[in-house]
Design a protein around this ligand. Structure first.
Ligand SMILES: [Zn+2]
Length: 289
């Protein structure tokens, strides 16, 4: 794999791309009818991710739903104890457009309380379920500020069948004083503008396209990423995943190439400089307008 940082300088102290490593930590069974009848594999998969990160001597940000933090406090404490960042992924993984500002505010607070109950670190970040922070939900930034958060990584700056904010642009942007949005990084190929290092896209698209987009990525901007624990699970039972409207082709893709997720991520980590989101923000916050 070519050195992804060999072309220009940019914001990094060396020429490597800055990779923000994100894990979206939810139990997919919570979001399908009768999901509890399926095997609980969350802890097993998170432990695998932790060993992977340890093997690569790198730290990540776990965007975690409050529901999981209350159910598995020991696991969440292990994540924090190993030096990873805990950030909010809402309390019950309800998309923002289904909530009123008041409902969102209390959901967010509940999730932060759940995380801070098991770690002494302050929660600083948020990721909206399914990247559901769209223009009509911009009020959510006020709740993030009210809860002393410093950043969000909740915007998919393109048209998307689920949620998107096409005019947002690719740069991190200061949405309120003290609150930065770090949008998800997108492919830079003739493909539709889909997430570059996001779960199903990382697994399913040819890796050569991922490499091209990384090579073309503006080195002044970080590369954001997300995988879910199920993205590495080859033994998960078959069921229809949420938010797919029963689409069997899409659901087939949800299971495709799960054996490739960590292999590909390993190659990407080797060519980048990896950060927890909060550490990258600490370093570059003053450069964000
Ligand atoms: Zn999620």
């Amino acid at each position: 794999m070519p050195d992804l940082g060999q072309r220009t300088g940019g914001a990094s102290s060396d020429s490597k791309l800055n990779l923000l490593l994100g894990i979206d930590l939810e139990d997919v069974r919570d979001h399908i009818p009768g999901g509890s009848r399926y095997q609980d594999r969350l802890g097993f998969n998170v432990e695998r991710i932790l060993r992977f990160l340890d093997d690569h001597q790198t730290k990540a940000t776990f965007f975690t739903v409050g529901l999981v933090a209350r159910r598995l406090p020991g696991l969440i404490k292990t994540i924090a104890d190993e030096g990873h960042e805990l950030a909010s992924h809402s309390d019950r993984h309800v998309q923002l457009n289904k909530l009123t500002p008041e409902e969102f505010s209390s959901d967010l607070k509940r999730s932060i309380d759940a995380l801070e109950h098991v770690t002494s670190d302050r929660v600083s970040g948020f990721r909206a379920p399914t990247f559901s922070l769209i223009p009509s939900c911009e009020w959510a930034y006020d709740a993030l500020v009210d809860n002393n958060l410093l950043y969000s990584s909740s915007v998919l700056a393109a048209k998307n069948p689920l949620f998107g904010w096409p005019g947002f642009g690719t740069r991190p942007r200061r949405m309120r004083p003290g609150l930065v949005e770090i949008p998800v990084s997108l492919h830079r190929t003739p493909l539709p503008r889909v997430p570059l290092l996001g779960g199903v896209y990382l697994r399913v698209l040819p890796f050569s396209l991922t490499r091209i987009s990384l090579f073309r990525h503006n080195r002044e901007l970080p590369v954001t990423s997300y995988i879910h624990p199920y993205d590495i699970d080859q033994d998960q039972e078959r069921f229809m995943h949420p938010d797919l409207d029963g689409n069997h082709l899409m659901n087939w893709l949800m299971y495709l190439n799960r054996n490739k997720t960590l292999v590909r991520l390993s190659k990407i980590i080797a060519s980048c400089r990896s950060w927890r989101y909060i550490d990258w923000l600490d370093q570059y916050s003053s450069e964000i307008k």
